[in-house]
Each structure stands twice: as structure tokens, then as C-alpha cells.
Design a protein around this ligand. Sequence first.
Ligand code: ATP
Ligand code: MG
Length: 370
Amino acid sequence: MLEDNAADAELIAHTLREGGIPSSNRRVETKPDYVRELEAGPPDMILSDYELPAFDGYKALAIAQKKCPEVPFIFVTGTLGEEVAIETLKHGATDYVIKTRLSRLVPSVQRALREAQERAERKRAEEGLRKSHEQLRALSVYLQYVREEEQTRIAREVHDELGQALTGLKLDLSRLSGQLPKHLKPQIERMDLMSTRIDTTIQTVRRIASELRPGMLDDLGLVAALEWQANEFQTRTGIACEVTTMLEELLLDQDLNTAFFRIFQETLTNVIRHAAATRVEVLLRKEAGALVMEIRDNGRGISEAQISNTKSTGLRGMRERAAALGGEVDIHGWPGKGTTVTVGIPLRPARKSAKRIHEDSHRRRPRDGA
Ligand SMILES: Nc1ncnc2c1ncn2[C@@H]1O[C@H](COP(=O)(O)OP(=O)(O)OP(=O)(O)O)[C@@H](O)[C@H]1O
Ligand SMILES: [Mg+2]
């Protein structure tokens, strides 16, 4: 309570007691005392006179707004012109009560307390929501990481184990057919056919492994992998697809490569399914410390509604991937002219990898079961 008149202060306290509001107060008169009280711990409410011999209610309000904006501030004062009253409300005062009409004090205090409580609850709810959003995002990063790891492992196994077994089989077969007497022509021919079939199976195994995770993404870098994927796409769909880049270095950051590559794949899938395009152009460049990929098709053009539709899982997945690395995805459509998807992710050498995020969240999480 900022009040120079002890009798007034007693009257105010009495009014609150009578009104059924259990309260205790500390009365101060000067700025240093006022500031010290606020700093010692914010009160539930500030009741302040407007005109004080040693201080000024208006300044007291400004200080309270800075130090504890959530604490209700009510002027309890002798006279307060209409204009001044409105001015104080504009500057954050909760209410004002004229001392000659103290009957208004109790309802005013009750309302202020109720509103403060509601504000606090809303803030708590928002905080909870924000936390759960954060957890969901971490979970989605984690799931993508696990999936990528799994695919890499399967790709490697399929490629190495099956590939080797098939190559061994092919060698055995050709050795065997070389040992057969020349007059067993039908059998030899049959064996040649088997050998050709093994070749195509090896090709299939390679293709499956590459589709799971192109090894070149880790060995030859992002540009090579994008070019390979563009080629595959063009061969498979007949839609021309060209990758242009000025980048000279290999770019071997695994997380970054994975994000760009998967977003590229998702975008190409969308082109096949929705665009009715005949041409796709891909541009990869560095821009202000970020790697930027622009994928442009000449199809029917995505609409604003489709871009902002929250049910667009494909688009959302792309955005999540980029966001997990501090980047973003921009999508634009021109009706009848095409769609452009632009992905930008900062190139930070010290960026925390998905593996690190995964390991950190694992360390924090209590182990469940084995
Ligand atoms: N290149 C494009 N040209 C035109 N429309 C597109 C293009 N890409 C996406 N769209 C539109 O945006 C919508 C949302 O795309 P999104 O990838 O999120 O979903 P989807 O491809 O329909 O399903 P999925 O979740 O399996 O990817 C698509 O349904 C399509 O209507
Ligand atoms: Mg899609």
C-alpha cells in the first residue's frame, strides 16, 4: 500500500476486512521503500494513492509495470479527474477507487484478483501447450532419425549380403558352364540365361538398396545423390528433370543431406501425383550461410488452400524436417504455370546432429524395460 496517510490506510484495510477479503499489507510512502518492497517479492496487489508528498502515483505505476506487470495495481485516491483516471488505465492501472466512495473497493479488488488468477491460469495453459508442442517436435525428429537409421541398416545389409551372395552364385555358374563339354549346348545356353537373370536380380537388389538409402549420399555427397535421383525420376516418368548447381564441395553433412534428399524425393512424388508437369528444374546454391534448394515444376500449380491445409502430411513432413535443422520450406503456386518448393537450411558446422538430439533425449528419458 502506497499511502502517506496512516488513517486512510487503516480505513482501507478495515474496508477489505469487512468485505471478507483476508489481507495483510505493508504501507510505504517513499520511492526507495516502495521499490524495496517490490524487490523483496511481488505482492498480490498494489493499492496506491495518487498524490503523495514524497512520491508520485503515476511513477509508482510505471515502476510496477516494469517490475511486476502481472500484479494488479489499483489507485485508491482522494480526487482523480476523469481524464487523469482514463490516462492511468491506459498506462496499465487495473482500476481506481475514490476514497469518498470506498464501497467500490471490495468489488474492485475481488475482480482484479479474479482476473489476475485467470491470466495466470491462461499463461500456465499456454506454457503447457508450448511444452507439448516442443515434445511433439522432438518426437518427430527422433522418429525420422530412427527410421533413417533403420533404412540405412537394411539398405547396407540388402546391398552387401544379397549382392555378394548373388555375385558368388554368378561366378560359380560361369565356372561350371566353362567346365561343361561343348556338346551340351542346350544346358550351356540355359546356364547363360540363368547368369543373365542373376545380373538383373543384382540390379534389382542395388535399386532397392538405393531407394532405401542411396549410399552415394554418404560417399559422394548431396549433389551426386540429387543428380542420381533426378536421373532415375526422368527415366521412370519421362518428365525432364535437371539439377543445376555452382557448388563445388562434396557436402557430406549426413543430417543435412538426408533432409534435402528426402524433401527432394517427397517433392518429386508430389510432381508425379499432382502436378501434371513435363519439366522439373532443381537449383542448389549457397545463400547467406544457408544451403538453398529450389525445385520448380511447370505443372498446374498448387493452390493457397492446398499449401495451408493442415492435413497435408507430405508438406508438413517436409517442413518438420527442415525445421528440425533450423531451416524452412517455402511453397508457391502459379495457376497453370507451376509450383516452386524452396528449402533453406543453415550450414552450421557446429549444428547438433539428429543423432545427438536422439542421444540427449534418450539420456533424459527414464529407461523403460530392457
Ligand atoms: N507440385 C504440385 N503441383 C500441384 N499440386 C501439388 C503439388 N504438390 C502438392 N500439391 C497439392 O498439395 C496437396 C498436399 O500435398 P501433400 O504432399 O501434403 O499431400 P499428398 O501428396 O496428397 O499426400 P501424402 O501425404 O501422401 O504426400 C496435394 O494433395 C496436392 O493437391
Ligand atoms: Mg505428397
